[in-house]
Design a protein around this ligand. Structure first.
Ligand code: HEC
Length: 149
């Protein structure tokens, strides 16, 4: 019988196995939904070279986003007032994948593809901030594809 586990050994093994399962599923739930964006629905990326946050993107965010995604108590914990904040993402994780705009939630929301609830700026907002233009979305797309510098 020396090869058989005692009942308490079996219970310990089960408990450990169960916690591993619970731990790994909750770990997964905290990761951000990885969107599979249909790139054919996105406006074309701008052909501009050397697109940067400081030179091109900050002004767009300042005009249309920072009212809600400012430095203090930003919505979804997403602070778009700095490059670091944009790259860090929100409470649920990253919203930009540098080099890969078709995996970037931020781009899907401003391009207004996908669920209406996720459109940014929100369809109805008190400040009446309108949607970004196709040119602005194309610039953000180019910025992300060029590495989100
Ligand atoms: C009027 C307020 C408002 C404006 C303006 C606004 N947002 Fe948002 N944004 C929100 C709210 C509220 C949420 C959270 C939505 C939710 O949790 O359902 C959000 C969520 C997001 C998310 C998802 C974050 C995540 O972790 O899933 C992204 C990305 C985003 N906004 C980007 C932008 C961008 C880019 C702009 C400007 C082009 C913008 N938002 C403008 C209110 C706003």
């Amino acid at each position: 019988m020396k090869d058989k586990m005692t009942l308490s050994q079996q219970l310990i093994t089960l408990t450990v196995a169960a916690s591993v399962v619970v731990f790994s599923t909750t770990g997964r739930a905290q990761e951000h939904k990885q969107p599979n964006i249909d790139a054919s629905k996105l406006p074309p990326a701008s052909t501009k070279k050397g697109v940067t946050y400081a030179g091109d993107i900050k002004a767009i965010f300042e005009k249309s986003c920072v009212k809600c995604h400012g430095a203090e108590k930003p919505k979804a914990k997403l602070n778009l007032t700095t490059l670091a904040g944009a790259l860090k993402g929100g409470g649920d994780g990253k919203v930009i994948e540098p080099g890969n705009s078709s995996k970037s939630i931020l781009l899907a929301s401003v391009a207004r593809i996908g669920e209406e609830d996720d459109w940014m700026p929100p369809k109805k907002n008190k400040a009446n901030i309108g949607p970004l233009t196709a040119e602005q979305v194309g610039l953000i797309r180019a910025w992300i594809d060029q590495g989100a510098k």
